[in-house]
Structure formats: C-alpha cells, structure tokens
Design a protein around this ligand. Structure first.
Ligand code: AMP
Length: 363
C-alpha cells in the first residue's frame, strides 16, 4: 500500500523502514532539505500544512498518517474526504491542548495530577491556594521535551513567571514527587483490536528522554497502564500507535500526557519485540491485523543527544541507530538499544553503553 506520512524526522524514518519490510511504500511531507526519512521514502518538500502538498499526498496515498504532533488539525481535516487519515485527527486535537487532554483523562476516570487552567495572575494565585507549591506551569499548546515549562516554588515569583512564559494560555499542575516515570504504548486496529506493549520505565534529563528500560517488573502497574491505554484507544476510536506517559507514585499511576503517534520511549521495540511499534503502526493504519507485542527479553535504550559516538568503537552488546542528522546541542541524533536475558544483565549492558557514550563524546 502507499502510505503518506506528514513529518519526515527519525520517527518517519523508522516508520518508512517498517513499511518497506512489509512491502509498502511511504511518501513524506516535510519542509526540511534532507530529513532523516529521506532514506526511507520519497519526500515532498513543503510545510506540514501546505494545501497543495497535502492534496498531492492525499491523491497519491491509500492512507495518510503523521509522525509529528504539531501538524495543524485543520490541515488534516482538509484531506479526510479524499483519503483515510489515521490516527483520527480528533485524537490529535485533544493531545495538542493540555487542558482538553486532562479533561479527557478525567472523563475516562484515568487518575492525573491536580491542575488548573491559568489565564491571569488571579488564576495562578488561586492555583497556589488550592493545589499548593511547587507548581509546574506549562503552556497549553506546542510544548515538547520540557519546553514551555517552568516550576513555581515561591509565590513571590508568580508574576515574573507569567511574564517569562509569555501571553499564552497556560496550565498549572501539582508538582508530582514521583518514584519513576513510565510510558504505555498501545495500538488499535481498524477492527478495534488492541495490543499493549510491555510497560517501559523512562528517565529524563532537562525534560528530554535519556534512557528507557522494559519490561517494568510490576504486573499490577502494567495491568493498570494497559487498562488506561485501552480506555483511551477505544474512546478515541483510535487507529495506530498511541503513547501514554505516566508518573508512578507508590502503586498509583498518574497520567501526564499522551502522544497520538509512535514514541521515542518505544524505540527499544525494534530489537526487543518481534512486532515493533513501527511495524504495528503500519499494520494498523493499512487496515491489517496487529501482531502480538511480546518482549524478547529485557531491553534498554539510550538516546544519543547532541553528539554521536564513534560507531566503530561501539561495545558489541549495543545496536546503534543513526538518524543522519547534523549534530546540534540538545538534538536527538540517534539511539542505542541493548537486549539481554535478564534485567540485571540488561542494566549492566546499558551501563557499559552509557559509559562508552559519555567517554567518547566528552569535550
Ligand atoms: P512533559 O512535557 O509534560 O512530558 O514534561 C516533561 C518532563 O517534566 C516529564 O517527563 C517529567 O519528568 C517532568 N514533569 C512534567 N510535569 C510534571 C509534574 N506535574 N510533576 C513532576 N514532574 C513533571
């Protein structure tokens, strides 16, 4: 089948490789001159919401999907009468606005941190009084990797913080003293079948994902996460892969946000599961049956941020993915995956990889 994908970053590249293995072909719309997905299909160089490029994509594709969360929903709605668009644009609309997203979690009885919409200093003062400090203040729209966020610890700083984040719609959230962070990754087919990948533990630094480990050895948390995932997928009449990020507090899970796309915290599934998140996303959007997301062992993933290590010196246990991007501080350039027979051995291998990357990219 011919799959049109809006966005041609590394997620597009990995979707393109998965599609190629399944005998499908991908065409990407992206404004970049040599985006990572150029290795995996044809590129239509244009803005994500360029009407002519999207019309051409719709005319030459059997289905259109997206790998990028900030695609304007109206641009997608402009082509839905020509071609199926999966995941459903309505899911993207909810995910693009943190307030809508939180209200959806509430409607589905998925627990979440206390929050309040902030439109003025008076709103923020009332959030300080009702939720308490510290508060995490986030822009309602267009935030990613911790961008558009600040922590308010002192009520004296409230006015300055509002000034710093600018005249945009904001949300204040309870600062959660979580034990650790996890993500649930699930997929739903056009027939409504749901699969959920083993729960993944994630470690962030400066708001950017650094390391993931799976499966999390806690069946109760895993089944709770799978239940929340199924509620979301079914409610949204979803087709494709969705990622739900959660905070673990004791035996409780609190939903942080969801992404209506394949996700960085699921990169380990390329080696760690026979049917990766990319494989199942392609199967889902092309109307095929999903494959079981059974883990092959214990996987770990390290993101390569800002600088690439030398590939020829990579420890034998690591599988390197190079997205082919120009290095820049804070930019995700690639990742390394390890898969081992035990969690202890996985942790040892990941530590070896972290040590190798730290030493070979220092200075
Ligand atoms: P987000 O952009 O919402 O995914 O936030 C990026 C990261 O900031 C999360 O992965 C957490 O590490 C941290 N974070 C976000 N919201 C909160 C919160 N309410 N309490 C504690 N940490 C948070």
């Amino acid at each position: 089948m011919r799959i049109g994908i809006i966005g041609a970053g590394q997620l597009g590249q990995m979707l393109g490789f998965a599609a190629r293995e399944l005998g499908d072909s991908c065409t990407f719309v992206d404004p970049g001159t040599s985006p990572p997905a150029a290795e995996a299909g044809e590129i239509l160089q244009a803005a994500f919401d360029d009407p002519a490029a999207l019309a051409r994509l719709a005319a030459t594709s059997d289905v259109v999907s997206y790998e990028f969360e900030n695609v304007p929903v109206d641009a997608l709605l402009g082509i839905t009468d020509q071609v199926p668009v999966y995941p459903p644009p309505e899911a993207l609309r909810q995910a693009q606005d943190r307030l809508a997203e939180k209200r959806l979690f509430e409607r589905l009885e998925i627990p979440l941190p206390a929050y309040q919409a902030i439109d003025s200093l008076a709103d923020l003062e009332s959030a300080i009084a009702t939720i308490g400090l510290p508060l995490v203040i986030k822009t309602r729209r267009l935030g990613y990797d911790g961008k558009g966020q600040a922590i308010l610890r002192d009520s004296e700083q409230a006015a300055a913080l509002l000034e710093q984040l600018g005249p945009v719609d904001l949300i204040a959230e309870q600062w959660v003293p979580f034990d650790f962070e996890v993500s649930a990754i699930g997929a739903r087919s056009t027939r409504g079948d749901v699969v959920v990948y083993p729960l993944t533990e994630n470690r962030h630094a400066d708001g950017i994902l650094r390391e993931s480990r799976a499966p999390v050895d806690n069946p109760e948390l895993a089944s709770l996460a799978a239940d929340y995932m199924s509620r979301l997928l079914n409610h949204l009449d979803y087709v494709g892969v969705l990622a739900l990020e959660l905070f673990v507090v004791g035996e409780q899970l609190l939903a942080n946000e969801f992404a209506p796309r394949v996700h960085n915290s699921g990169h380990w599934t390329i080696e760690g599961v026979a049917a990766s998140q990319f494989h199942n996303h392609i199967l889902a959007v092309t109307g095929r049956e999903l494959e079981p997301p059974t883990a092959r062992g214990h996987a770990g993933m390290l993101n390569l941020i800002g600088k690439m290590p030398p590939a020829d010196a990579l420890p034998a246990c690591g599988q390197l993915h190079n997205y082919g991007k120009a290095p820049r501080p804070g930019r995700k350039l690639g990742h390394i995956t390890v898969v081992a027979e035990s969690a202890t051995e996985r942790d040892r291998q990941l530590a070896e990889i972290v040590d190798f990357v730290t030493k070979s990219t220092a200075g």
